[in-house]
Structure formats: C-alpha cells, structure tokens
Design a binder for this molecule. Structure first.
Ligand code: T46
Length: 140
C-alpha cells in the first residue's frame, strides 16, 4: 500500500456581523478537500492529558478547536511540528501517515474533527516503530 502524507494550516472564512460569527464547511469546497463521512469532537478532557499517539494509513482530517484551545503535534517521521488551534477560524488539515498527539487542552476546549472515512480501527497505526517502518511506502 502506498501512503500519502500532508499537513496544512488553513484560515476559515467567517461570515460575521454585529450579531455574531458563522463559519461554514462543505465537502470538496469551502476548504474541506474530501467527502465528509464522519464528524467527531473531543471535549471535557482531563487537565494535562495527551491524546492521539497514532498515525493513520489513509484518513484525511480537518481539525478545528471550536471552543478553547489545544496543541496538535504532528510528526512526519523526520520532524515534529506543533500547531496551536485557538480560534474557530483556524483549521489544521492532516492527511495520512502523520503521527499525531493532542495536548494542552484548555478548560472547556472542544476539538472538532471532520474525517474522510467512517471509523475503522484498521486504519490506525498505534505503534511508533511500525509507523517508522511503514514510512518507506510513502508516495513520492
Ligand atoms: C485522531 C485524533 C485527532 C469511535 O468509536 N469512533 C470514532 O469515530 C473515533 C474517532 C473514536 N472512537 C472510539 C475509539 C476509542 O475507543 O473512541 C475511543 C477514543 O478514540 P481514540 O483513543 O482513538 O481518540 P484520540 O483522541 O486519541 O484520537 C482521535 C481519533 O481517534 C483520531 O483519528 O486523529 O482524534
């Protein structure tokens, strides 16, 4: 299997006026580069917790902290980069073989994730050494 790997920060456009703000996300336009098959959100996290500790074989995801803030640590096998999501108009696109951790959840943080596939545990790589080994199959 050939894997892909991509990380991109995106600024979402806001429809705002004096009554409030609204952000719309749509499959294959309005920045989401895939058909949205699943939406999940992480909230009520334990203070100091670190989640993630895995990569995906093919999943594409768009992450937005719709409330509060958190840090996403992305590791492509060569370097680790940290992205702070701290505003509803900031999104992080993560595709495929990126090892990710989520940490520094603020009180009340809600991390919303749009995903390109239904939940499938077989798409996860939860062993870092297996992740490093599989990286040789990255599409060039
Ligand atoms: C990811 C990061 C950003 C389901 O039943 N359905 C789902 O769609 C998901 C995502 C999870 N689950 C179950 C599986 C576990 O029993 O919920 C439990 C917690 O999942 P996990 O430990 O994988 O959660 P995180 O926060 O470590 O990772 C999640 C996503 O799983 C993952 O795809 O990229 O958020």
């Amino acid at each position: 299997m050939k894997y892909s790997q991509k990380i991109e920060t995106l600024k979402l456009s806001v429809n705002g006026d004096e009554t409030g703000q609204l952000i719309a996300l749509e499959s294959n336009k309005a920045v989401v580069p895939f058909d949205i098959k699943r939406v999940y959100y992480i909230y009520d996290t334990t203070p100091g917790t670190v989640r993630g500790h895995h990569a995906h074989k093919k999943l594409k995801q768009l992450l937005v902290a719709t409330s509060g803030s958190c840090t996403i640590v992305c590791d492509d096998g060569k370097e680790k980069r940290e992205f702070i999501l701290d505003w509803p108009n900031k999104a992080l696109y993560v595709e495929g073989m990126i090892w990710r951790d989520m940490k520094n959840f603020s009180k009340g943080a809600v991390l919303m994730v749009l995903a390109s596939e239904y939940y499938d545990e077989n798409d996860y790589i939860r062993d870092y050494n297996v992740f490093l080994k599989e990286l040789k199959n990255i599409k060039k």
